[in-house]
Design a protein around this ligand. Structure first.
Ligand SMILES: [Fe+2]
Length: 339
């Protein structure tokens, strides 16, 4: 069985580096890339001009990574009304007519700011999501996680979309927050829940040339005070450990943060892991200018969406990650072999 390191060695033997003219020619000759558009944090009450830009571009698939709507009130009626308004979006209708689309939720389209499994109307929210985002789900009743396998030039791209809301608990014990509360049970924080973990491990072990994981909250960026996988350190370690061990390389996409950035972490196994965050179709708030992230390789604080282009050199994915603003201008691009 081919080891993951031999792929990079193959590239070296071919004399290819990212800036070599040989690679540029090869990349251009590799004709049509597979293109995944994605984004998060979309408010029907704000500027909708991004739709025109988005619908002028060619995508192989488009993924909405949560906070796809913002209810005016954190109630079931507020959520229903927000879905009705989003259903009137001509831009979304046009996108869904021409491109296959999938989605996950984050807190606001789940039902409330920072909501978790204690949301009183989480079952009703689940039903609303499934009526609106017609797609196949991995479970009937355990949330909205899903996966799809795409074929591109004889290679397999496996898109795995996670649900970080339906089974999520608080990450700090209520006891710790309120010393008057006592409980005999030890507090066990949960992000994905046992059934989703079982499904995810099986999905990650399916053969593919590239895995793409969509998570509503950031996986790698950990120095900020907002929601992130690192608030659940056991589950963070579990995910990153698996991604270092499986045979296929993985790219992570995330949302939620009202900013666009790319983080890169060198795993113990030698593999490099990227987390490309695109957040703020029309709701990037520019509030995180001073936020630290030692893993950051790119950042932009304006409105826009993300685009991932995948080309193949031998069987290695050459991935270009771009942030595109609402006027269509590419604000950053970072390209690398994902091995
Ligand atoms: Fe969010």
């Amino acid at each position: 069985m081919e080891s993951r390191f031999s792929r990079r060695q193959i590239l070296k033997l071919m004399g290819l580096s990212l800036c070599s003219p040989a690679f540029s020619k090869l990349a251009v000759a590799a004709d049509t890339p597979w293109v995944l558009g994605f984004g998060s944090c979309m408010d029907t009450r704000k500027n909708q001009s991004f739709w025109e830009t988005l619908n002028a571009r060619s995508f192989s698939h488009f993924a909405f990574l949560g906070d796809n709507l913002y209810p005016e009130r954190d109630t079931l009626i507020g959520l229903e009304t927000a879905y009705q308004k989003l259903g009137l979006s001509e831009g979304l209708k046009k996108l869904r007519e021409r491109v296959s689309v999938s989605a996950i939720w984050d807190d606001h389209d789940f039902g409330a700011d920072n909501a978790d499994a204690s949301l009183p109307f989480r079952r009703e929210s689940l039903a609303l999501f499934r009526i609106f985002w017609t797609q196949d789900y991995a479970s009937d009743d355990d949330g909205i996680y899903s996966s799809q396998m795409f074929e591109h030039q004889g290679r397999k791209i496996h898109l795995i979309l996670l649900d970080a809301r339906f089974n999520r608990t608080a990450y700090e014990s209520p006891k710790k927050l309120d010393s008057n509360l006592t409980s005999s049970k030890p507090f066990e924080p949960s992000l994905l829940g046992a059934r989703q973990w079982e499904w995810l491990e099986a999905e990650l072990n399916r053969p593919a040339d590239l895995k793409i994981i969509g998570s509503s909250i950031q996986v790698l960026s950990a120095e900020h005070r907002f929601e992130k996988w690192m608030n659940y350190p056991d589950e963070y370690e579990r995910l990153v450990g698996i991604l270092g061990r499986i045979s296929a390389p993985t790219l992570i996409l995330s949302g939620d943060r009202h900013l666009h950035e790319i983080s890169k972490k060198q795993l113990v196994s030698g593999r490099a892991l990227y987390d490309f965050t695109s957040s703020g179709f029309n709701k990037a708030e520019g509030l995180s200018r001073f936020e630290r992230n030692k893993l950051r390789v790119q950042r932009n604080l304006d409105d826009g969406f993300g685009e991932v282009q995948i080309r193949w050199v031998d069987n290695v994915a050459y991935v270009s990650m771009s942030m595109i603003d609402k006027t269509g201008e590419v604000r950053f691009t970072h390209s690398d072999f994902v091995v």
